[in-house]
Write a protein that binds this ligand. Structure first.
Ligand SMILES: [Mn+2]
Length: 356
């Protein structure tokens, strides 16, 4: 098992690579989508939360990440003594009509295929994705964690409709006509996912890249009037069974899985790690379940994270774990201290368990 750190786009620089190495990480998961172009309501020193207008603007629809850009990122990571494990999340600008089944769907399928080919050329083995219309939305921020540390949680469902021009909590068309995205059924969302996987997984296999699916965060049956996909642990099995390609993997978020109302988190970890379907792991802890929960420090939530590590080791998971989100600590560098605290805890736990 390997210890990694996830970095937002504005953190993909030498200072942050060295920070990760200093805290004991050996791997990096890189976000290339910039979630923080939305203004002051979405400060860059914490995970993106945003407001009803989303996190902000999506990227340039005509500029896919280039092979050279990906190569340069990998070189930068490796020059700090680290390995680039994955890229996390497509930019809504590049694939919104796959999620929405819109008029540009086929062009966006080609976008995704090209991005995957370029990742393969750059030697990046995993692409994390989240097949969701509402995305990560409807959460609140407050001094919820131990000692009043600022954290994120949920205080009930969020039914505010998604305006046209927005998907996955980002604005891809600021000039879209007034009105909301039409509501769809769960069956229709699964149909869209299957179409996506059937078209893209053969390209991923050929490129040597695995697609890793994040569950819904937060995992409610519906959010903003739209269906969710993986909001109970059993839905991950449905996703795997849709297409048996070995390139179909999971971006296994312990926090989101623990927030689900069904299932036992330890059985869930056991079941999917035994199937060797885990791409990489978001290693975080929570207290409570949807629609009322709080993100906690790694050692302070409902989940026995040491027990999770033991199960992963028993099932011979050899991939990367990253902290995902952490509460912010009171000091001049709230994000960094939260991450360093979590990485130190994970490193010690792995050492004590004899995990290599
Ligand atoms: Mn996660």
């Amino acid at each position: 098992m390997k210890l990694g750190l996830g970095l937002y786009r504005h953190m993909l620089n030498r200072e942050h690579f060295q920070f990760a190495r200093q805290a004991g990480a050996t791997h990096i998961v890189a976000h290339l989508t910039d979630y923080f172009k939305g203004g002051s309501f979405n400060p860059r020193d914490n995970q993106p939360t945003g407001n009803e207008s989303g996190w902000g603007r999506a990227g340039d629809p005509d500029k896919l990440w280039t092979t050279e850009e990906l190569h340069a990122l990998r070189r930068g990571v490796e020059s700090a003594g680290l390995t680039l494990a994955a890229v996390e999340n497509f930019d809504p600008a590049h694939w919104h009509d796959i999620l929405l089944d819109g008029p540009k769907r086929q062009a966006h399928i080609e976008n995704v295929k090209e991005i995957i080919r370029r990742l393969g050329e750059a030697g990046i083995p995993i692409m994390g994705y989240n097949f969701s219309l509402a995305g990560v939305a409807g959460r609140v921020t407050g001094p919820f964690a131990r000692g009043g540390a600022v954290s994120v949680g949920m205080d009930g469902p969020c039914d505010t409709p998604i305006p046209r021009g927005m998907v996955w909590n980002m604005v891809y068309d600021p000039d879209a006509p007034a009105g909301n995205q039409p509501g769809i059924t769960h069956e229709e969302l699964w149909r869209r996912l299957k179409g996506f996987l059937d078209e893209v997984l053969p390209v991923a296999e050929a490129a040597g890249v695995r697609l890793a699916a994040h569950p819904d965060d937060p995992p409610l049956p519906t959010l903003r009037g739209q269906p969710r996909l993986v909001y109970q642990p059993r839905h991950y099995q449905k996703l795997i069974d849709l297409n048996p390609s070995p390139a179909s993997a999971l971006e296994f978020c312990i926090g989101s899985l623990a927030e689900m109302t069904e299932g036992d988190i330890y059985e869930t970890v056991d079941s999917y790690s035994a199937q060797q379907r885990l791409g990489y792991i978001h290693f975080r802890n929570v207290t409570g379940k949807v629609p009322t929960y709080r993100e906690t420090f790694i050692d302070d939530g409902d989940v026995d994270m040491i027990r999770v590590l033991e199960i992963l080791a028993r099932n011979r998971f050899e991939g990367v774990l990253i902290p995902d989100h952490t509460p912010q600590m009171n000091c001049a560098a709230p994000w960094h201290t939260g991450m360093a605290y979590t990485l130190g805890y994970m490193r010690a736990a792995m050492k004590c368990l004899g995990i290599k």
